[in-house]
Design a binder for this molecule. Structure first.
Ligand code: FAD
Length: 490
């Protein structure tokens, strides 16, 4: 059985098993794993449509496991703060919101199978990276009810492009040719007022997997200290959740967007949005960010240029600072999603462009002096106070300034035993400490430092070969970071 009429674009929906819809089931289940929000969410919209069409209640399960790679107090705190917001968002609605934080490793095993027994259909999020695609595919295979994944990742549905883009310029040009119709297809919010409400979840479910209490969600710190997650990576400086995401977006639009193009690369007067952690955990959607920015600019779709040139400026017909922001939010962000969606090896060294692998290979025997271990990098124990400050910001706050993040990666390449080891170190540190880590853009950023999305540069240098080179000395001359260094020096 197919859903007869859906406002969710077909290209964003795919069934991942061939099981039928169970018409006589008790509810429709939305298993929220990536778009952790109650608004601007195509998956939630689709699940609501199924519930309406079948005349069944809607259950939203938001679960958090303890055993995913790099699980720590930092990421748990951020996600649990989001759960508290979602609890509130669904509180007066007919949707049954079921938050579940795994109290010990493997405690959640069997939860989806049990919920699925009474589900008509299961909808979940199509996120192209980390352990999620593997987990969802494995679960779907074991079910006897239809499971769908919905892509609510970006403005361009992942399935539109059937190729990998190796340069931002070619992807930008492609976007300029294809994006227009998708700007008219934004996720619709619902109040679910006409849906039947579930009396209670099956006892077989809640007895074994009791929902995490509202009190725990609101004040999670003590609860988190008892969980088998990395306790050494402590809470980030920013609060998680949809409410904090909306605050962050509103403040950015009001106070920093106008100087974004000019000042985003200056660590001391940081003009960037700070939205990447919220985008990563789905506490805000790219559509919401786009809407807020374009409304502030007074933009209309009719301002879009007819001709696709691939140029960074001019196509949107928006103000220059907004165009600069959209180039990051859409071109660069969705370029990374395209790679993960198209290539299963997006996180392997062998996925680097050939020219980059060749030049790094040619320089594999160049002496590395100094050369540091993972532990030395992790503890910010290098000779370079600028690099150490960047690593301290990552470790202490859970975020890093974008421009400095590039330098951070380039120097890991410079001071590691080999480019392959550098890659491992970058992935480990970025994903362990950055709240926005474990995201398609973690891999595009890290691989960019090794040549992905870039071209060969001269002169050819030791270790780097033709890979773009950066130094702390030049960075400090180019950008204002005196206060930054004071703040993040140990
Ligand atoms: C070594 C390295 C590692 C990185 N790791 C991550 C990561 O783990 N997660 C992550 O989201 N980004 C990562 N990036 C990309 C970039 O640094 C961050 O997206 C950006 O700094 C986030 O800050 P912001 O939200 O204030 O960005 P803004 O400048 O305000 O941009 C708005 C949004 O556009 C997107 N964006 C901005 N810059 C980039 C970029 N260069 N590439 C792709 N998307 C971009 C992000 O979603 C961002 O939130 C990495 C870059 C490098 C060089």
């Amino acid at each position: 059985m197919e859903l007869e009429s859906s406002q969710v674009p077909e290209l964003r929906v795919r069934a991942i098993n061939e099981c039928p819809v169970r018409n006589k089931g008790a509810y429709v289940l939305y298993w929220m794993v990536a778009n952790r929000r109650a608004a601007s969410n195509f998956s939630l919209q689709r699940a609501g449509e199924w519930a309406r069409s079948l005349g069944r209640p809607l259950v939203v399960l938001e679960a958090l496991r303890a055993d995913y790679p790099w699980a720590s107090v930092r990421f748990h705190q951020f996600v649990v703060e989001g759960m508290a917001d979602n609890l509130q968002a669904f509180a007066d609605s007919r949707v049954t919101y079921y938050p579940y934080v795994e109290p010990e490793k493997d405690a959640a095993n069997g939860l989806i199978a049990e919920l699925a027994r009474q589900a008509c259909v299961i909808v979940s999020d199509d996120f192209p990276c980390f352990f999620l695609p593997r987990m969802l595919t494995a679960v779907a295979k074991r079910l006897d009810v239809r499971m769908e994944l919905v892509d609510s990742n970006g403005i361009l549905p992942l399935r539109v492009a059937d190729q990998v883009f190796t340069l931002a310029h070619s992807f930008r040009r492609y976007l300029q040719k294809t994006l227009r119709p998708h700007l008219l297809e934004f996720p619709q919010d619902d109040d679910w007022a006409d849906l039947p409400q579930l009396d209670k979840l099956p006892v077989a479910v809640t007895r074994r997997w009791p929902a995490t209490s509202p009190k725990t969600l609101r004040d999670a710190a003590a609860f988190l200290t008892g969980l088998p997650i990395d306790q050494s990576v402590t809470a980030a400086v920013m609060r998680g959740g949809a409410a904090a995401a909306q605050d962050c977006l509103a403040t950015f639009v009001k106070s920093r967007l106008s100087r974004y193009a000019e000042e985003r690369n200056q660590p001391d007067n940081d003009a960037s949005s700070g939205l990447s952690p919220y985008l990563h955990f789905g506490h805000v959607s790219a559509h919401q960010v786009f809407d807020a920015v374009m409304s502030a600019d007074g933009w209309r779709p009719s301002a879009i240029a007819e001709k696709a040139t691939g140029s960074r400026e001019g196509w949107w017909g928006a103000s220059p600072t907004v165009e600069a922001f959209l180039d990051e939010l859409i071109t660069w962000r969705e370029l990374g999603y395209n790679m993960c969606w198209q290539r299963a090896d997006y996180n392997r060294y062998s996925s680097l462009p050939e020219w980059a692998q060749e030049t790094l290979h040619d320089h594999r025997k160049d002496p590395r002096k100094p050369s540091y271990t993972l532990e030395q990098f992790e503890m910010a124990d290098t000779h370079d106070p600028i690099w150490n400050a960047i690593q301290n910001q990552l470790r202490w706050e859970g975020r890093v300034h974008n421009y400095l993040r590039m330098l951070w990666g380039k120097k890991i390449l410079h001071w590691s035993k080999s480019p392959q080891v550098a890659l491992e170190i970058m992935i480990e540190l970025n994903n362990k400490y950055a709240v926005d880590g474990r995201n398609p853009n973690s891999y595009s950023g890290i691989f960019w430092t090794l040549g992905r999305y870039d071209r060969a540069w001269g002169p050819e240098r030791e270790i780097f070969g033709k890979i773009r080179y950066m130094t702390s000395e030049n960075t400090v001359k180019k950008v204002s970071m005196r206060n930054y260094l004071k703040r993040f020096s140990a």
